[in-house]
Write a protein of this length. Structure first.
Length: 345
C-alpha cells in the first residue's frame, strides 16, 4: 500500500468518488470543506493523507497543519469546533490495514513536521479500536456526543411524520411558535447574513463562548453555494429567528441557530427549525446532524434529544510531543492557533 501526502486540490485525488463509495455523510471530508478551512484559518496547510493500491484510491485522512513562527507547529484532523477527521476507507477486504497505515502515517507526519501536539477527532460512524488508536500515536483525552435525527422518507404527510418522532414538549414548543405567524424565508443577501452573525455573536458572548466571525458564514456561502443556506423568520417584517445550515449528500448540518433575546420564550426558533426540517425532508435529505454536545451540556443535549436525535459518541485522540507546550499561556496559544485543539486544559 502506498501512503503519501497530497495537497487537497491536487488533480489526481478523486475524493468525491471515494466519499460516495464509502457512503460518507459528513461534509468535513470534502475538498470544499478543506478549502473553507484554508481560507478562514491563518498559517494553515490543508491536505489529505492518501492510501493507494495499484494507483487506485482506497482511503484518505484529512488534516490541517498550522505553523506559527513563535509557537511552532500543530496538526489537527480536523480543526474548527471539533470537525470530524480520521481515516475513511472503501476497501472492505483490507480496511484494517489501510486504517492502520493512514493512522501510522498521521503519527509519522507529526514527527516529521516536529509538531508540538497532534489531535485526531474521531468519525462517529467509524469508531477506532485500541489497535488503531495506538497506531495514531494519541490517547483518548476527551469526547463529545454526536446527535443525529433520521428524517422520514416516503411519507405523504411530512409534518405529521416528523411530529411522531418528536418529544411532546418539543411539539408543544413548535405549536406555540407557529401561533405568532412567523414568516420564514430563505435569504442569500448580505444584510440577512450580517444579522444572523450579529445575533449569534451577542448570544455566544453572553455565554462566555467563542463566536464565529462574519467571514466564516460568507466563506461558507461562497464555497458551498446553494448548499449553504440561511433561513430567516420574520414577525412584522422584522427578523426574529435564523438558521444557517450546510447540505452535503443526504445530510443537513445544523450549523448556527439564532433568536433575538426578547423572542426566546415565544418558541419562534423551534417553529423555524421545524419548518426548515420539513422543507429539507421534502427535498430528499434523510439525516439531520445536530453536531457534537459536551457531556456537561445537559440542557443542550436534552433539546436535541427531544427532536428525535440518536447518540453517536466520538472521541478526541491527542498527543503532546513537547511537554513544555502545556506551560505556554492559554491566551498566547489561542492567538497562535485559533480554532485548533491543542490539548485538554
Amino acid at each position: 500500500m502506498d501512503i503519501h501526502l497530497e495537497i487537497h486540490n491536487s488533480d489526481n485525488v478523486n475524493t468525491e468518488e471515494l466519499l460516495t463509495l464509502s457512503c460518507n455523510s459528513l461534509m468535513h471530508y470534502t475538498p470544499q470543506y478543506l478549502e473553507f478551512l484554508s481560507r478562514v484559518l491563518i498559517n494553515v496547510e490543508v491536505a489529505y493523507l492518501v492510501a493507494r493500491y495499484h494507483g487506485e484510491l482506497k482511503g484518505l485522512l484529512p488534516l490541517a497543519i498550522c505553523n506559527d513562527s513563535n509557537m511552532g507547529t500543530v496538526i489537527n484532523s480536523l480543526p474548527f469546533f471539533g470537525s470530524h477527521g480520521g481515516p475513511i476507507v472503501v476497501d472492505r477486504d483490507n480496511s484494517k490495514q489501510i486504517n492502520l497505515d493512514l493512522l501510522h502515517a498521521f503519527k509519522e507526519l507529526a514527527i516529521e513536521r516536529q509538531s508540538r501536539s497532534a489531535t485526531l477527532i474521531e468519525n462517529p460512524f467509524h469508531p477506532l479500536d485500541d489497535i488503531l488508536i495506538a497506531a495514531s500515536g494519541g490517547s483518548v483525552v476527551d469526547d463529545r456526543i454526536g446527535q443525529f435525527t433520521r428524517l422520514p422518507q416516503g411519507k405523504s404527510d411530512i409534518e405529521e411524520a416528523l411530529f411522531s418522532s418528536i418529544h411532546v414538549k418539543t411539539r408543544n414548543a413548535i405549536r406555540k411558535g407557529q401561533k405568532y405567524g412567523q414568516r420564514i424565508l430563505r435569504r442569500t443577501d448580505s444584510p440577512a447574513i450580517e444579522w444572523l452573525q450579529k445575533v449569534h455573536e451577542q448570544s455566544i458572548q453572553a455565554l462566555g463562548g467563542i463566536a464565529k466571525p462574519l467571514n466564516i458564514f460568507q466563506t461558507l456561502m461562497d464555497i458551498f453555494d446553494d448548499k449553504a443556506r440561511v433561513y430567516i423568520g420574520e414577525c412584522d417584517n422584522q427578523p426574529t429567528s435564523g438558521l444557517f445550515v450546510i447540505l452535503y449528500g443526504n445530510t443537513v448540518e445544523y450549523f448556527t441557530p439564532v433568536i433575538e433575546s426578547e423572542f426566546k420564550n415565544k418558541q419562534l426558533l423551534s417553529s423555524l427549525i421545524f419548518s426548515v426540517m420539513a422543507d429539507l425532508t421534502r427535498e430528499g435529505y434523510s439525516v439531520w446532524n445536530w453536531g457534537g454536545t459536551w457531556r456537561s451540556q445537559e440542557g443542550v443535549y436534552r433539546f436535541k434529544k427531544r427532536w428525535g436525535a440518536q447518540d453517536y459518541p466520538y472521541r478526541y485522540l491527542n498527543q503532546v510531543m513537547d511537554p513544555d507546550f502545556k506551560f505556554q499561556s492559554k491566551n498566547a496559544l489561542v492567538k497562535s492557533f485559533p480554532f485548533f485543539y491543542l490539548f485538554k486544559y
